[in-house]
Design a protein around this ligand. Structure first.
Ligand SMILES: Nc1ncnc2c1ncn2[C@@H]1O[C@H](COP(=O)(O)OP(=O)(O)O)[C@@H](O)[C@H]1O
Ligand SMILES: [Mg+2]
Length: 241
């Protein structure tokens, strides 16, 4: 378990440079997903490692790009100061280049549907975030409550940033609600392609994907509300958790 005092950026630094060791394979994963640990100067960070070559090909996303998308969601959340995604880096490892993400110590019985009542404001932010990143797979079980500090963190962001609208999520509770002005200010930075937002994303996403993100942000600001499910589109993932 990562020590509590390790900040996100410090954890990202450890994950990027430390020695990566695979400990085992995660069950119920669609891609080759491994539990790992990263050690550096006596510090140890538990991690999840998804090598690019273990990614299952999909019809709608270019092959071998899911790990970049996972890192891009972390970078966007970090640039906005939203803290929704555990530190995630792109790096080499025993099974080749892939994404390495801080492991979140959590109770596997908890998920979106059990956490919603107590953490509604957190999920309002997730709802906006998932529009920005165009999350095509926000299952209830992709929202974890971190045991050390109680924060709600999202995982499994390989299916994001597609240029075509693909929002598929369980978080429809706030559809049609007005977006909080403080959150809207941050969305503005995305709509304006602020350098602090775009620079970390540029090596990870295509120009078309960045432009589509900007348009989704602009659309959120124009309507001022969270979108409703698209009629005729399969807007909910399966399984739900
Ligand atoms: N950062 C993380 N912290 C804790 N558990 C994780 C983390 N990332 C993934 N997991 C666990 O591993 C399982 C598989 O990971 P997931 O991201 O769903 O992989 P896949 O890309 O194969 O769908 C998840 O259901 C969850 O239990
Ligand atoms: Mg998954």
């Amino acid at each position: 378990m990562p020590p509590l005092e390790l900040s996100d950026s410090a954890a990202a630094e450890e994950l990027a440079v430390g020695e990566l060791e695979v400990l085992g394979r995660m069950h119920y994963a669609s891609n080759a997903t491994f539990l790992a640990r990263v050690r550096n100067n006596g510090a140890e960070v538990a991690a999840v490692y998804k090598p690019r070559r273990g990614e299952r090909p999909l019809w709608d996303f270019p092959n071998g790009t899911l790990c970049e998308r996972e890192v891009a969601t972390y970078e966007l959340s970090a640039a906005l100061g939203w803290g929704l995604i555990p530190a995630t880096v792109l790096r080499d490892g025993p099974l080749g280049e892939g994404m390495v993400q801080r492991f979140v110590d959590h109770d596997p019985e908890e998920h979106y549907f059990t956490l919603l009542d107590q953490h509604a404001d957190h999920f309002r932010r997730f709802a906006v975030f998932d529009v920005l990143v165009n999350n095509a797979d926000r299952k209830g079980g992709h929202c974890l409550r971190s045991r050390p500090d109680g924060g709600i963190l999202g995982i499994d962001h390989g299916l994001t940033f597609h240029p075509a609208w693909k929002l598929r999520t369980v978080i429809w509770h706030f559809a049609g609600e007005r977006i909080d002005p403080v959150i809207a200010d941050d969305v503005c930075r995305v709509a304006q392609l602020d350098a602090t937002v775009v620079d970390p994303l540029t090596p990870l996403l295509s120009p078309l994907e960045l432009e589509a993100m900007q348009q989704r942000a602009a659309e959120l600001l124009t309507t001022g509300t969270l979108p409703e499910p698209e009629p005729g589109y399969h807007s909910v993932p399966w399984p739900l958790v």
